[in-house]
Design a protein around this ligand. Structure first.
Ligand code: AHR
Length: 320
């Protein structure tokens, strides 16, 4: 081979190698994401945040809506495993029953990231990390606000009705636990009814109607595990001829725009913030996990409490 031919061959090899590596570098990360459903204003904002962040980051997102059913999430996770995605992320509809499918993901060497809701598994190595809120603390914050409010009527016992979230879900279990922890032993605060409203407006309204029918004017406080159920319940209270926010104190969790509008209208007293804007953080952490960077086992979102008094001022700053 002449020197010239050798140079041409070497140049061709270098070009082929460069092309190959840049093609490899450009391969987009693929995340399979199983969403709970579209049950609330919060959930819609969460879905938008995840889809927008993936698009912005050039990440391929395979998105599956489970319509609030665990079996749909299990099917979606199995399909992500079969498709050999780089990362599986999901917001589990309920806390328990995940061991088998997560073991399958682990056996396939696909890292799992939990967003928003936690799971209860025997082996914590079945997921890499969790990104989301401290739901127990949210329940405590709701109760602490009520304890302060109750000081204005020291001689009155306040009867509370509670609208729980989806049965068996982390936010329903934890928000109940945190609230109870703070009111425990307080003779002025008494939960007289507690039932699930499945985190939806329709169910929140329906269950509040039943509460009103059973307890009528005995109800002083409504504690709803999310804003959507509170908004549904507000309608039921008005239809019963009572004034929400006045005749019945209304406390809820999330901090969506709908809650701020209700507070500005004087129908909701306080909302405890729970941020759905988890998309950008999820994309960054997914990249770190794939790059084998060590990540903490939990990322807790920082959040506040918004009473009606600050609603009008805060409303223009709300992003969801
Ligand atoms: O898991 C977060 C909860 O789920 C939100 O509080 C609620 O609105 C949603 O449906």
């Amino acid at each position: 081979m002449t020197c010239n031919r050798r140079t041409v061959l070497a140049a061709a090899l270098v070009a082929a190698f460069t092309l190959n590596t840049s093609a490899f570098a450009a391969k987009p990360l693929v995340i399979g994401f199983s969403q709970v459903g579209a049950e609330s204003e919060w959930r819609t904002a969460n879905t938008v945040s995840i889809k927008d962040a993936a698009k912005k980051e050039g990440i391929t997102l395979k998105f599956a809506d489970a319509q609030q059913k665990q079996e749909n999430q299990v099917k979606a996770i199995r399909s992500f495993i079969a498709q050999r995605v780089d990362v599986i992320a999901f917001s589990p509809v309920v806390e328990s029953g995940w061991d088998t499918v997560l073991r399958e993901a682990k056996a396939a060497k696909i890292p799992v990231i939990l967003t928003d809701r936690a799971v209860n598994v025997s082996d914590p190595s079945l997921y890499v990390t969790f990104i989301g809120s401290d739901f127990v603390e949210e329940g405590r914050r709701a109760a602490r606000w009520l304890v302060e409010r109750a000081k204005k009527t020291p001689d009155t016992v306040l009867n509370i009705v509670e609208l729980q979230g989806t049965v068996g879900s982390a936010p329903a279990l934890d928000r109940k636990k945190g609230f109870e922890e703070i009111i425990a032993g307080n003779p002025k605060l008494k939960v007289i009814r507690s039932q699930t409203g499945d985190f939806t407006r329709a169910k929140g309204k329906e269950v509040m109607e039943a509460f009103l029918k059973a307890e009528g004017k005995k109800i002083n406080v409504l504690y709803a595990h999310n804003d959507d159920m509170a908004i549904g319940a507000i309608q039921a209270i008005e239809e019963a001829g009572l004034k929400p926010g006045k005749d019945i104190i209304v406390i809820s969790i999330d901090g969506v725009k709908g809650a701020f509008e209700a507070m500005i209208a004087g129908k909701l007293n306080v909302t405890v913030e729970c941020s759905p804007l988890l998309g950008p953080q999820l994309m960054q952490i997914a990249r770190d996990v794939v790059a084998n960077k060590p990540v903490p086992k939990r990322f807790t979102t920082q959040e506040g409490v918004f009473p009606a008094e600050v609603a009008a001022k805060e409303f223009p700053n709300r992003k969801y």
